[in-house]
Design a binder for this molecule. Sequence first.
Ligand code: SF4
Ligand code: SF4
Length: 166
Amino acid sequence: MELFFKSSSRECQPCTACCDGWVQIAVNGYRAYPGHPCPQSTGAGCDDYEHRPFDPCVKFICGWRADGSPLPEWMKPNNSKVIVLFNESVWNGMPVDVGIPVGKRIPPRALNWLQQFAESHGRALLHSEQIVENGVYTNRQAVCAFGPPEFQQEMAERASRGESFV
Ligand code: SF4
Ligand code: SF4
């Protein structure tokens, strides 16, 4: 299945999931990460939308906003609590998608949808859970692999060596 990365007619607001640091970004030198949102985020939009920087704000398009996105309306990140990035890498010719929670973990309904989508379209999925220490989000995630057993095994081996997944 081919997926495109141009922006669609779908609008971000009131979602601010990427602005709020669930995808770790740097905006004008400010690092946003879980629990540490961009200072321009109101939680329902950007308070200086007209002047937002091109990189990452205009440039970043999550899987829900991508043109031709297979994600249904309810999978908008502020509602589903997952940010999906399609085609983040390729494993043995198989496209690998990534699901990042908006919050500690991806809710079961959204995770089931992603797993069924991966299974029925011959794709692999990496999905993460945010690591919380002493009640505070760290900027680290525990990653799980979904897909063929060999893919899961390879990702587990990479994790044990402290290597990146994508
Ligand atoms: S996560 Fe997607 S829909 Fe939400 S603000 Fe970012 S690009 Fe827009
Ligand atoms: S500047 Fe605006 S669009 Fe960019 S990350 Fe911050 S709140 Fe989001």
